[in-house]
Design a protein around this ligand. Structure first.
Ligand SMILES: Nc1nc2c(ncn2[C@@H]2O[C@@H]3COP(=O)(O)O[C@H]3[C@H]2O)c(=O)[nH]1
Length: 638
């Protein structure tokens, strides 16, 4: 028989034996009454799993190794055969192998919240246990469990810090070596190492046995709590409430620490030795609750400077109380300042709005606009406040880049715009162009949005509300425009054949309050240049209205339409003419250049000729002169 069979085979055999053996046990003997077949089976499964564990590990390692080899092979293949961005390959390789923590992702956020709890535990409990010995003694086991759970949390956090990505040229770094180096060079590393020092090994010294103060180095990780709190402050939708709560927590922790110091100093001086220190002889003075509550009360009184406390009697007491008073002044100023600014910023929008309303009211009184108009303006402001339309969106979003502003505008307006029938089928690009240009306007009951004959400067889309198209005297209602309707486009579209030109063709009156998206003429034209089909739809709609009201000059419209139709042909002809002209000009330019070159050459020739002639003339003159004075000039040398 082959004895070298694998552990797996052995375990399988064992399991088979047990599975076949355990089923038919009919009754259980007294000695094994507590061992049921089920528990036996579970036990065997556990043993089996434990025995298989090395196999699992080996298998996992082999898989990992195989994956690495595969990636390296693919990488070398790509390097040899394909022109690829090598850095990208490396990056992908890291993505597939390395586990990196992206600090902007929610995992890091949630993990930070767990670490913050551990930090807070150490920050609050360690000093409490050091001061109040009863607290330490009573829940010792729980404290030890919590202590080591927090330590575990710190260890995991340190590991996560070594894997925490950071940005380099806008991209998250995924190279482990770089990440480790970056972490080691940071101050966090120093704090983390100090907070991980196993100072509780000193418990082994008899005098230091289970002293909580030996673990104070754990407080060095407090930076993680502040990091988390900053993150929450930027992420929460209620930053002011968060600020108030954090301020309160910080103050409570400060008072708690001060209370603990008070109790430690009292113990050091001796309980009940004078009127300042903690009095153990007071009723229930020896109980933990009274000890803590009294110390906390004392600390609150001193730090907030709001109550009488027994005066200090010894030097150390005086020093402590003086330091406390000074801290108290700072704490008090901080509370007042912070709470004041938080409340101010909480009410900033309302205060700003109130100020605006007051200014307008004062102005109306000053200019004596009349009660009716005043009432209308005030109710308009009320509606604005109710609809939460008081924020100046342009001002608020000014700090955002254009892309993000478009995203926000899309989110707010796109749904409403899609409900508009004429835009329902429009290209998405057109809607995006429109949403970024729309401005919300609110009209009160009875307000005229358009008056016949006025020059049109904008068109409107009804977001909410109802409007009437009315006769000039306002008594007759022709049509009711509902949510999603578009109006005011006729006078800004330059419709060919329109008898009214750029003048409003109808009166539009708001029935109740109406929220309208407003689009200026310039913005509309800028958009429609890019989307001619949408322009045609709008023009056709406008024409239908004009036709109905007999405001369309059909002849002029037809001529304009013919002109429009002939436009492509005209353009082609124009194009041809330009081409012909271009060729002619090029030819003429060529001829001109050739003539210029010829002319140049002739001029040069004439110049040379002129030069030669003048030399000959000078020579002739010289000869004549020499002959006159009797010198023979027949010799060539002369
Ligand atoms: N002329 C006309 N305009 C209407 C009618 N119904 C709605 N309107 C809109 O009322 C708007 C008034 O201003 P415009 O003339 O610019 O554009 C007009 C149309 O968009 C109608 O029956 N006739």
């Amino acid at each position: 028989m082959n004895t070298s069979y694998s552990t797996q085979q052995y375990n399988q055999e064992q399991l088979n034996t047990i599975e076949s053996g355990i089923q038919p046990i009919p009754d259980i003997t007294v000695e094994t009454a507590h061992i049921t077949p089920r528990s036996l089976y579970s036990f065997v499964r556990i043993v089996q799993l434990v025995l298989r564990f090395p196999n699992y590990c080996r298998h996992w390692m082999q898989q990992r190794h195989r994956r690495r080899v595969d990636i390296e092979r693919i990488d070398s293949f790509l390097r040899k055969n394909v022109v690829l961005n090598i850095s990208q390959i490396n990056e992908d390789e890291h993505i597939s192998i390395n586990w990196i923590v992206d600090p902007s992702q929610s995992f890091y956020y949630y993990w930070s919240s767990i670490v913050s709890i551990a930090v807070l535990y150490n920050f609050i409990i360690l000093i409490g246990r050091s001061a109040f010995l009863l607290l330490q003694e009573r829940l010792l086991i729980i404290w030890l469990i919590c202590d080591y759970l927090c330590d575990l949390c710190y260890i995991i956090d340190t590991f996560i810090q070594t894997r925490k990505g950071y940005l380099e040229q806008g991209l998250i770094v995924r190279d482990l070596e770089k990440l480790r180096k970056h972490y080691k060079q940071s101050r966090r590393f120093l704090f983390d190492i100090i907070s991980l020092l196993p100072t509780d090994l000193l418990y082994l010294i008899p005098t230091c046995y289970l002293l909580p103060s030996l673990r104070f180095n754990r407080l060095f990780r407090v930076y993680r709590f502040f990091e988390f709190s900053n993150k929450v402050e930027t992420q929460t939708n209620h930053p002011n409430i968060f600020r108030l709560v954090s301020l309160l927590i910080i103050i409570l922790i400060l008072i708690h620490w001060n209370a603990c110091f008070y109790f430690i100093i009292s113990r050091w001086i001796g309980y009940s030795t004078d009127s300042w220190v903690y009095n153990m002889t007071m009723p229930t003075g020896t109980t933990l609750t009274t000890q803590y509550l009294y110390s906390f009360f004392w600390s609150t009184l001193v730090l907030t400077n709001i109550g009488e406390v027994p005066p200090p009697e010894t030097n150390i007491e005086t020093l402590f109380v003086t330091a406390d008073f000074l801290t108290g002044v700072i704490v008090f100023a901080t509370i007042v300042g912070n709470v004041g600014s938080i409340i101010a910023s909480m009410n900033a929008v309302r205060a700003d709005f109130r100020q605006k309303v007051d200014q307008v009211k004062q102005y109306m009184t000053f200019r004596k606009v009349g009660n009716e108009l005043e009432r209308r303006v005030i109710t308009w402001f009320d509606y604005l406040w109710l609809q939460k339309q008081v924020v100046n969106e342009d001002l608020v979003l000014d700090s955002l880049p254009q892309k993000l502003r478009v995203e926000i505008a899309k989110h707010i307006h796109l749904a409403a715009l899609k409900r508009v029938p004429i835009f329902a089928e429009a290209q998405p690009g057109l809607l995006v162009e429109l949403v970024t240009r729309l401005k919300l306007q609110i009209f009160s009951p009875g307000d005229y949005v358009c008056r016949k004959g006025d020059i049109g400067k904008e068109m409107y889309i009804i977001k909410r509300g109802r409007l009437h198209v009315v006769s000039d005297d306002g008594t007759k209602i022709f049509v009711t425009l509902e949510e999603g309707s578009v109006f005011g486009e006729i006078s800004i579209l330059n419709i060919p054949g329109s008898k009214t030109g750029n003048r409003r063709t109808a009166n539009i009156r708001s029935v109740g309050y109406s929220d309208l998206f407003c689009l200026t003429k310039q913005d509309l034209w800028e958009v429609l240049v890019e989307y001619p089909s949408a322009r045609d739809t709008l023009i056709e709609r406008g024409k239908a209205h004009l036709r109905k009201d007999n405001l369309l000059d059909e002849n002029a419209a037809q001529i304009a339409q013919q002109d429009q139709a002939a436009l492509p042909e005209k353009l082609t002809q124009l194009q041809k003419n330009i081409d012909y002209l271009e060729t002619r000009i090029a030819r003429i330019m060529g001829e001109y250049k050739a003539i210029m070159i010829k002319l140049n050459r002739r001029l040069q020739f004439i110049e040379q000729l002129a030069e030669k002639n003048s030399i000959i003339m000078i020579d002739e003159n010289k000869k004549n002169t020499l002959n006159l004075v009797g010198i023979d000039t027949s010799d060539d040398d002369v």
